[in-house]
Design a protein around this ligand. Sequence first.
Ligand SMILES: Nc1ncnc2c1ncn2[C@@H]1O[C@H](COP(=O)(O)OP(=O)(O)O)[C@@H](O)[C@H]1O
Ligand SMILES: [Mg+2]
Length: 344
Amino acid sequence: MNNLETHYGEIAPGKFYLKADLDTIETYLRDHFFLDPTEAVIHAEKPGEGNMNYVLRVRTNIRSFIVKQARPWVEKYPQIPAPVERNAVEARYFRLVEKSPALKSFSPQLLYEDVANNMLILSDLGQANDYSSIYREGNLEEAELKAIVSYLSALHRIHEPSYPRNGSMRTLNHEHIFQYPFDPQNGLDLDQIQPGLRDLAGAVQKNQPLKKRIEALGKIYLSQGDVLIHGDFYPGSWLQSSGGFKVIDPEFSFNGIAEFDVAVLVAHLMLAGQPDAHLNYILHHCQEQNQLEVSLIAGFCGTEILRRILGVAQLPLRWNLNELQQLVDQAVNCIMTGKIASTC
Ligand SMILES: Nc1ncnc2c1ncn2[C@@H]1O[C@H](COP(=O)(O)OP(=O)(O)O)[C@@H](O)[C@H]1O
Ligand SMILES: [Mg+2]
């Protein structure tokens, strides 16, 4: 037993702890009537990079599926606590999009939900990379841009008043997007990530008008909107599967404002150095389909760029310090002017 498992046993007594042990997995699945009588678990592996949860691909003698458990911490940074209700939110999202003909084919099917143990079982989309490679090289293809636009446009038409508020996940995200990176006392040693980054952060952290605007944007993020948003719509939540572009990991979803998803998307296209034409395509089509407020997109977009460069949730970016400085300047400009020029 490792330390985390022991800790889990203490804070969540009696709850199942998922790990890559075939007997443990098989017993759990059998107890939950998920396996056929003749089915045996033969393999378990990490399916790809994750952040917050413990995720396994499980193979049996007849099929494979994905098992995902939320624990009361961020799996990548176990010292950061995280609300386990995120698992049920994710299940709700998958159940909802399954009912939409326009969205259904983009996500895995929810095969099983175990609320008591904060576990989900999803259909396996196959060996598929996420889109994190675009931070280093390569551009999205036209078919992918089209899929992204039509996905968001259909998603942002969903009105589901009874959708969970997802309040504690929003509070967590709010802290990491709108507060922590701008706090000079946050204790993050950015020079460890890239020498010179700390000074870059210092200038941002001293910019009071900027911080005021970011605080106002944070309040808008926390307020309730009336369309379903994914809440974490970036390349780490997209999969390149043999069946095309897919969307996973909707644990930050809630009834919010469409501008937030579009802004995060545009921010990551910029962080990944995608062509201006890609950005313009996204902005043009998203706005056309769902009347959006550009100043909000610009504000959230700039804030997302800043938090990814200056906060905890770093990305495998290709940029040197000068280039990061340019991105930071563009992001600040976006926030302060409320406009997205061809590059922010
Ligand atoms: N349904 C699925 N089919 C295939 N691979 C998946 C599926 N769901 C997740 N994965 C893989 O597992 C990784 C982690 O899953 P994800 O849902 O993103 O977890 P986390 O919330 O920890 O980020 C993904 O990046 C992807 O590689
Ligand atoms: Mg993920």
